[in-house]
Design a protein around this ligand. Structure first.
Ligand code: HEM
Length: 149
């Protein structure tokens, strides 16, 4: 995973600035950012479902797994820089902390995705299964804490 981190971090700088640039140029900022977030969540959903069928046989499914994981990597970076619908009634400081927590949770998700890429390249089915579980836990935590009703 560590070997992949510099690549992810440079993508992390590039993709958000591209996406950010596109979105801030628009007059319907909030609306478009929400749809970028929804789109990225849709990609994560397809990825999570697709991975389930593939992780038991990483050698056989290596190319498909990598393709899926890379799409999820990009989606998590886009979600990280999107502006999620905010909770009401938080103080300015608490709202700033809420946003930090949101990004940190997505950083955790990205870390798990990179771990899965690493495990795929090593064709390690056991590591893939463990990271897949972690992915589900981070999703649950992210939705409980950051998805509004
Ligand atoms: C594998 C991981 C994940 C999957 C498969 C996933 C999937 C989804 C799906 C299907 C939606 C509904 C999208 C729609 O309304 O069209 C959604 C919404 C949302 N998710 Fe995730 N999610 C994941 C991880 C996370 C994480 C880690 C966070 C936060 C740190 C997060 C935050 C949100 C938020 C804020 C929304 C609401 C978006 C809105 O109201 O516009 N998700 N997610």
């Amino acid at each position: 995973m560590l070997k992949l981190l510099p690549i992810a971090l440079s993508a992390g700088l590039l993709i958000p600035s591209l996406v950010g640039g596109l979105l801030t140029a628009s007059q319907d900022d909030a609306e478009q950012e929400t749809s970028a977030l929804e789109e990225s969540m849709g990609t994560l959903k397809r990825g999570q479902r697709g991975l389930k069928k593939l992780i038991a046989e990483p050698a056989e499914n290596q190319a498909k797994l990598m393709e899926m994981l890379i799409s999820m990597e990009a989606a998590s970076l886009i979600a990280m820089t999107a502006k999620p619908p905010e909770p009401k009634d938080l103080s300015e400081t608490d709202l700033a902390l809420w946003h930090v927590g949101y990004r940190q949770t997505l950083t955790n998700l990205l870390g798990t995705i990179l771990t899965m890429e690493d495990a795929t390249l090593r064709t390690d089915a056991k590591a893939l299964a463990a990271a897949y579980k972690e992915l589900g836990k981070t999703k649950k935590a992210g939705h409980e804490e950051y998805q509004q009703d």
